[in-house]
Write a protein that binds this ligand. Structure first.
Ligand code: NAP
Length: 320
């Protein structure tokens, strides 16, 4: 089978497509034929080996794990003897955390990992990126913000993967949503259901007169310091992008400043959140926006597109 790998850190040119043996499922695993897989900001950061302290885990001088890709959707082709939840032919989606390898033709997953039946009303292409933007933003809005009906949330980076998911989820949760994006993405963010859209090329968030219960900066461009004047008395600032300054603010104000690496939550907690998302998709309340699709052989171009920082929604790799 074909698989995307990287044996050194660097630009998209370090990615190679190689032939490897198709894996065989262990007794507690299913073998999945990958139909679509995601290319995310986390994937591009692993490829570059950034932030540099991450190399303590990824490999100091070169990646220890060379396989690329975490999110996927596909069809179960074989099952191990202990598998009870899935059968051959099931359409499934999920995320291969840490050990990665979804940018390939086949993948083995244990049924205890982040693996769920794909809602029938969405395609593999729409399902593959769910564990990136939707799962991360749902974790932030539900577990950290504990967003309630009628609250006002400002979502910065509303056109990205996490942002486009957050706008839709915050509306489902009954919040009033202000999305922040550039001029070219205003119509897109309005189409997601935002009540109001602000153009960051014209308006600075810290100059706004409104007060918010939650500022969710999905792209790590704001800080608690430069948004505290737009937060209500009990308002919180949260971001999925880790920086040294953020850690300092979290230590000083743990109730007001929030960050979490969603991928290191307990799998059972992630599965609980994912279960809610599956129901929202089944009810037609959520939609995955696909910016671009590439074939596995062209995955370098997908990484190049992500490196521009201008992605709108999600990017997926499709397998024939
Ligand atoms: N903590 C976690 O568990 C976790 C999980 C997943 C991802 N992440 C992180 O979350 C971040 C966001 O990921 P993503 O995939 O959503 O990003 P993304 O889709 O690549 O974000 C690109 C979008 O950001 C917008 N943007 C760029 N500069 C902006 C600015 N100054 N203000 C507002 N919007 C701006 C761009 O729109 P324009 O072209 O219009 O500027 C573009 O649509 C990444 O850093 C990723 O590593 C963290």
């Amino acid at each position: 089978m074909k698989a995307a790998i990287y044996t050194k850190y660097g630009s998209p040119e370090v990615i190679q497509i190689i032939d490897v043996e198709t894996p065989s499922p262990k007794s507690n695993e299913v073998l999945i034929k990958i139909k679509a897989s995601s290319v995310t900001r986390a994937d591009t950061m692993m490829r570059q080996g950034i932030p540099k302290f991450g190399r303590l885990f990824l490999g100091l001088f070169k990646p220890k794990n060379t396989a690329l890709g975490t999110g996927f959707s596909g069809v179960v082709k074989a099952i191990g003897s202990q598998i009870t939840k899935f059968k051959v032919g099931d359409e499934v989606f999920g995320e291969k955390l840490f050990s990665t390898g979804s940018n390939s033709d086949f993948l083995c997953m244990s049924e205890n990992e982040l693996l769920e039946n794909k809602p029938k009303n969405i395609s593999h292409i729409e399902a593959a990126p769910i564990c990136d933007g939707f799962l991360t933003s749902y974790n932030f809005l539900k577990e950290h913000a504990k967003l309630k009906k009628g609250q006002h949330v400002l979502i910065n980076g509303a056109s990205g993967s996490l942002g486009s998911a957050a706008v839709q989820l915050a509306k489902i949760m009954g919040a009033k949503v202000t999305g922040v994006c550039s001029t070219k993405n205003i119509d897109f963010v309005l189409s997601l259901g935002a009540d109001e859209v602000l153009d960051y090329t014209i308006i600075k968030v810290n100059e706004l007169q409104s007060k918010y219960d939650v500022v969710y900066d999905t792209v790590g461009k704001l800080s608690y310091s430069n948004t505290k004047n737009v937060l209500k008395a009990n308002g919180i600032f949260m971001t999925p992008v880790l920086r040294v300054g953020l850690l300092w603010q979290m230590l000083r104000r743990p109730k007001k400043v929030k960050f979490e690496a969603t991928g290191i939550k307990k799998t059972e907690d992630l599965k609980r959140l994912l279960n809610d998302l599956v129901n929202f998709f089944k009810q037609g309340k959520l939609h995955t926006h696909i910016d671009k699709k590439y074939h596995l052989m062209d995955i370098r171009y997908a990484h190049q597109h992500l490196d521009t920082g201008r992605k709108v929604g999600n990017v997926v790799i499709i397998n024939p």
